[in-house]
Design a protein around this ligand. Structure first.
Ligand code: HEM
Ligand SMILES: [Ca+2]
Length: 321
């Protein structure tokens, strides 16, 4: 027959369903919803942190909770969580998953994976910040593999990546150029450390001058937060200068107004392959919400594991069974 080759890392998501736990844990969505909304009240920064946590989990060994595992004390292998990229993720994101898992375990012990709880929590936080509410398909198992910090760098995007790099990375996960543009809309909320964009402020591509593609007032205000020398490395700056806690399509409008933060954000508007979609999304919030919801479903399908050979259902999320 003429059947297409099957990418085995992508097939298991066929088993994901919205009502996967309908019999075994009917209260699941409600419990996770309770914990995320309580957390959001006193710690809104946990929302963007958890969304990024989900993204980085899915891109490294698939959506399998591998990012949640802590390194063994005294062990020589560093876990994913301890990698340079993931150390930036505020610990509140790990805490909210652990808290939700503990509550779920009390109601339905040994049934629900941490990977599914993370997918649900990411969805809840998108909704809590004003974004779309979409159904989450479930049935992911937690990964049994030992997570390795050394796998993270090459599997997550960086602020100095080119659109070609990003496209290659997204294609390797079964995602598209459109998914890249649409999922980048998550930068509608949250914060970045100065080091990720400081070159654009003072020494763009070795010119010793700022990036000419940046609004001058925006440049001035970013320079105040991020001095060239002697700044505090802990300082973070909102991706969206106007509404950092509101999930909306202002991210794309900002790109058009030269208010993008990372070079990769800006590149989405300067590259002819991605610019038309940025323009469409900047105009049409409903389309952004619809496209974002389906792109998150595809993100949640990446490298899903199932069954006891590769998977487990953890009791606590930071430790293997
Ligand atoms: C496509 C290329 C992407 C690049 C180059 C990129 C890079 C970054 C960088 C450098 C930060 C700042 C981290 C820090 O300094 O603490 C960040 C934050 C963030 N990223 Fe991305 N990212 C990309 C795509 C995505 C995607 C696809 C998502 C989710 C669907 C996402 C969600 C987030 C969120 C929510 C934050 C804010 C985290 C917080 O406030 O704690 N990013 N990203
Ligand atoms: Ca993972």
């Amino acid at each position: 027959s003429l059947s297409a080759p099957v990418n085995t890392s992508l097939v298991h998501h066929r088993y994901l369903t919205v009502d996967y736990y309908a019999k075994t844990c009917p209260q699941l969505d409600q419990i996770v919803g309770f914990v995320t909304s309580q957390t959001f009240k006193y710690s809104p920064a946990t929302a963007p942190a958890t969304i990024r946590l989900f993204f980085h989990d899915c891109f490294v060994q698939g959506c399998d909770g591998s990012i949640l595992i802590s390194s063994k004390p005294g062990g020589k292998q560093l876990a994913e969580k301890e990698s340079e990229d993931n150390k930036e993720i505020p610990t509140g994101a790990y805490d909210v998953i652990e808290k939700a898992k503990a509550m779920v375990e009390r109601k339905c012990p040994g049934v629900v994976s941490c990977a599914d709880i993370l997918a649900l929590a990411a969805r809840d936080f998108i909704h809590l910040t004003g974004g779309p509410y979409y159904p989450v398909k479930k049935g992911r198992w937690d990964g049994k593999q030992t997570p390795m910090a050394s796998l993270v760098y090459s599997n997550v995007p960086h602020a100095n990546s080119t659109i070609d790099d990003l496209l290659k990375l997204f294609l390797s996960k079964g995602l598209t150029l459109n998914d890249l543009v649409v999922l980048s809309g998550a930068h509608s909320i949250g914060f970045a450390h100065c080091k990720h964009f400081v070159n654009r402020l003072y020494n763009f591509q070795g010119t010793n001058k700022p990036d000419p593609d940046m609004d001058p007032r925006h440049l001035k205000s970013l320079k105040m937060s991020c001095p060239r020398y002697g700044g505090n490395i802990g300082v973070v700056v909102p991706f969206d200068a106007t509404t950092p806690f509101a999930f909306d399509n202002a991210y794309y409008q900002n790109l058009q107004g030269k208010l993008g933060l990372l070079a990769t954000d800006k590149a989405l508007f300067s590259d002819p392959r991605t610019k038309p979609l940025v323009q469409t999304l900047a105009k049409d919030k409903n389309k952004f919400f619809q496209d974002f919801s389906s792109a998150m479903e595809r993100l949640g399908n990446v490298g899903v594991k199932r069954g006891k050979k590769h998977g487990e259902i953890r009791r606590v999320c930071n430790m293997h069974l």
